[in-house]
Design a protein around this ligand. Structure first.
Ligand SMILES: [Zn+2]
Length: 361
């Protein structure tokens, strides 16, 4: 989730926590519903407080996943809060089934722990008579009971085996003990899609949030399965297998107009930029378009090219490079062997290579 759509809340354990702007729609919706019910200001505020507290539980749930992933060698970039729940951006996930099981289980377990703490509080410190309690609206009296119930609901809902929800991940990790991870993911994904369709259908009658969750499941599962296929194929090849060594060159001191003229006649998607005959950086098609709209055709290559794109080694696996390019939105990367520049690798060729290998496999 891009940060310009989110409000940063902080960076505990090196994980950026932010709240998506659509979250304000949730608050607006709660105000709308509660005011329509005829509730007073204090009660409306109580409902907002409840939702915020519940989302603290959701953040803790995501920290359960994230910190477990980090402990098992994974990497987590951020946690984003959306109206439908939290999303941890785990950039590197431990791959073996046992570790994956632990990472997936850790989230719901946090909510179990919260529920237990609330139950202990209600049982020993603050006994209440649940049967005499009204639950039409959230009040100071029923707040902890409602919060306990909501946490149990989060556990139950997340355990539905709809990949990529937690239950679906647990299911996949169990499957991948007996079969390849790719096949396990495909089965988990297919079952997940069935649940997603049920969610979407039920959502029209019960709660519109279910429709959104259903769509998230469909898109999320497809994206992740596609990524697995990339991994499965591209892990078998290295950068050296497809590096382009007959690239087109430009000098730092060429004009952008010359570059545009040249681009029209070549099949490449960009240029290697040199300075005094030595590699200096890369000018992609996008760099060129951006440069032309800022400086015009008399602008210089040196003002528009990308200088600091991380070089990749010829023996790096194609999947690692693919991931890096996707994460940093690189269209093209320089390939260099111990500081000796060899050539370039661009995203379009990489995708083409993937599709060809997939068609052959
Ligand atoms: Zn979870």
């Amino acid at each position: 989730m891009k940060s310009r759509f989110s409000l940063n809340l902080g960076k505990p354990f090196g994980i950026r926590v932010s709240i998506h702007w659509t979250f304000s729609l949730l608050i607006a919706w709660i105000v709308f519903i509660t005011v329509r019910q005829g509730l007073g200001t204090v009660q409306v505020l109580m409902h907002i407080l409840f939702v915020l507290t519940l989302f603290v539980c959701v953040v803790l749930h995501e920290f359960g996943h994230s910190l477990t992933a980090i402990r098992l060698g994974g990497k987590v970039k951020s946690i984003t809060l959306l109206p439908i729940g939290g999303m941890a951006n785990i950039t590197e996930m431990p791959e073996n089934p046992k570790d994956e099981f632990m990472v997936s289980a850790a989230g719901p377990l946090v909510n179990v722990a919260i529920a237990v703490i609330l139950w202990l509080y209600l049982a020993f410190l603050h006994p209440v008579d649940v049967e005499a309690m009204g639950f039409e609206a959230i009040t100071a009296g029923n707040f902890p009971v409602m919060l306990l119930a909501a946490n149990l609901f989060i556990v139950a809902f997340n355990l539905i085996p709809a990949f990529p929800m937690d239950g679906g991940r647990l299911f996949r990790s169990a499957l991948s003990i007996h079969m390849s991870r790719l096949k396990a993911t495909r089965i988990a994904k297919d079952i997940g899609q069935v649940f997603a369709i049920i969610f979407i259908f039920a959502g029209f009658f019960i709660n519109p949030f279910l429709v959104i969750i259903g769509l998230f499941i469909i898109l999320g599962a497809r994206g992740e399965y596609e990524m697995m296929k990339y991994r499965h194929i591209l892990n078998n090849y290295t950068v050296g297998d497809i590096v382009k060594t007959d690239y087109e060159e430009l000098d730092r001191d060429d004009s952008l107009g010359e570059a545009a003229e040249k681009l029209a006649h070549i099949s490449d998607r960009g240029f290697v930029v040199t300075s005094g005959g030595e590699y200096a950086g890369i000018l992609t098609k996008n760099d060129l378009i951006k440069g032309l709209s800022t400086y015009g055709k008399d602008g210089m290559v040196r003002d528009a090219f990308s200088e600091n794109i991380e070089k990749v080694a010829p023996d790096a696996t194609l999947f690692d490079v693919f991931k890096k390019m996707q994460m940093n939105r690189y269209d093209m990367v320089p390939v260099s062997d111990n500081e000796k520049f060899i050539g370039i690798l661009d995203m379009e060729s990489l995708n083409e290579f993937f599709l060809l290998q997939k068609a052959m496999s």
